[in-house]
Design a protein around this ligand. Structure first.
Ligand SMILES: Cc1ncc(COP(=O)(O)O)c(C=O)c1O
Length: 369
């Protein structure tokens, strides 16, 4: 018999996990910071949401409504959904972890794509499962490759649509083909964190598929277009059986009262969302075009961020560009952890920030802006 360990030891696999590294948020002293590393909105939250948040200050001693009823009803009203099939969470990250821990156990496989959002890998490994990574085509999820990776051990397939950090998306027909090709016992998680930004007729976040199928769940967030990342708030829409399972394992008060109030006000402020979409449309196109004029390759994005590819050549690579921009207070995101060592991800920021990045990269590359 082996002797017991001299101190508590985490379950096998936990210490194999590479912790998530959030976007940087510091600029050199005396330099104005433009944080373009976490896909936050340059417009901030709705003023109505900020006001609702402030009103909570006099009620901090009370527990929140553990069912987030007001918020679920606001979301259901906005999208025409059944509130009983919505769960709110402390960011969609919490919901992704909850889903994974409910459906994946030791020996089970969770599938995601080559440059897919890193939280999937962490959630799968934290649940004791095996991450299965599927190649992409042109930085885009490939339905045939995903289906080919499914085995009897597969329990969950994760698809970020649009994907972070690539900004690419699958048309709804392809998402439907993916669902149709999966065994009935495999759960398809459609992570639609950037859905509100997408301006394509062939895109859908997946609500319709969730309504019709028993093995599809969609997650959304208030962190991006709604500008409430600091409050940690997300939601999911799923089949009744999944909602029942997750409600058994989630924390009884997993969403705080300020998030419930601010989220309810934010979803009602459609003018603010429209302004954010308009800003993004304009500056996504402008920034992409200007960077291409500098000779850089930009993966076409439908989100509020772009993936910028740099030459592999020493001195003009992604790492050097990152350092050059950081010196000027322009904080982008290195994406080597996503298998993209020669690229940087840039959130579409304010007009000032976008212009500064383009001008700085022109200088970096030795080209006139
Ligand atoms: C694809 C994707 N899903 C989920 C999230 C998590 O968002 P949150 O936990 O803030 O709701 C992010 C945040 O970067 C994301 O990019």
């Amino acid at each position: 018999m082996t002797a017991p360990a001299s101190r508590p030891v985490p379950r096998p696999g936990v210490l194999d996990i590479q912790a998530y590294v959030p976007g940087k948020s510091a600029a050199p002293a005396g330099v104005k910071l433009h944080k373009l590393s976490s896909n936050e909105t340059p417009l901030g939250p709705s003023a109505k949401a900020a006001e609702a948040y402030g009103a909570l200050a006099s009620k901090l001693e009370f527990y929140p409504d553990g069912s987030a009823t007001k918020l679920r009803e606001a979301i259901a009203g906005r999208y025409g959904l059944d509130p009983a099939r919505i769960i709110c969470g402390s960011g969609s990250d919490e919901l992704l972890s909850l889903i994974t821990s409910a459906y994946i156990g030791p020996g089970d496989e969770g599938v995601f794509t080559e440059h897919g959002f890193l939280v999937y890998r962490i959630a799968i490994m934290a649940a004791g499962g095996k991450p299965v990574v599927v190649p992409e085509k042109n930085y885009t999820a490939d339905v045939d490759a995903i289906l080919a990776a499914v085995t009897p051990q597969t329990k969950v397939v994760f698809l970020a649509n649009p994907n972070n950090p690539t900004g690419t998306y699958l048309p709804f027909d392809e998402v439907k083909r993916l669902q149709a090709g999966l065994p009935a016992n495999v759960l398809l998680v459609l992570d639609a964190a950037y859905a509100e930004y997408v301006r394509r007729n062939d895109y859908a976040s997946g609500l319709e598929l969730v309504a019709e199928r028993e093995n599809v769940v969609m997650t959304r967030t208030f962190s991006k277009i709604y500008g409430l990342a600091n409050l940690r708030l997300g939601w999911l829409y799923g089949p009744a059986h999944l909602v029942d399972a997750l409600n058994r394992i989630r924390g009884p008060f997993n969403v705080n009262g300020a998030a419930i109030e601010a989220g309810s006000a934010a979803i009602a402020d459609e003018a603010h969302v429209a302004a954010a979409i308009e800003h993004n449309d304009k500056w996504l196109a402008w920034t992409t075009a200007e960077l291409e004029k500098l000779g850089l390759t930009v993966t076409p994005s439908v989100g509020n961020f772009i993936l910028i590819h740099f030459p592999k050549a020493a001195a003009k690579g992604a790492k050097e560009a990152d350092a050059f921009l950081t010196q000027r207070g322009l904080i982008l995101r290195g994406v080597a952890a996503y298998g993209l060592p020669d690229a940087l991800r840039m959130t579409i920021g304010s007009e000032e920030a976008n212009r500064l990045v383009v001008a700085a990269l022109a200088e970096f590359l030795g080209k006139a802006a």
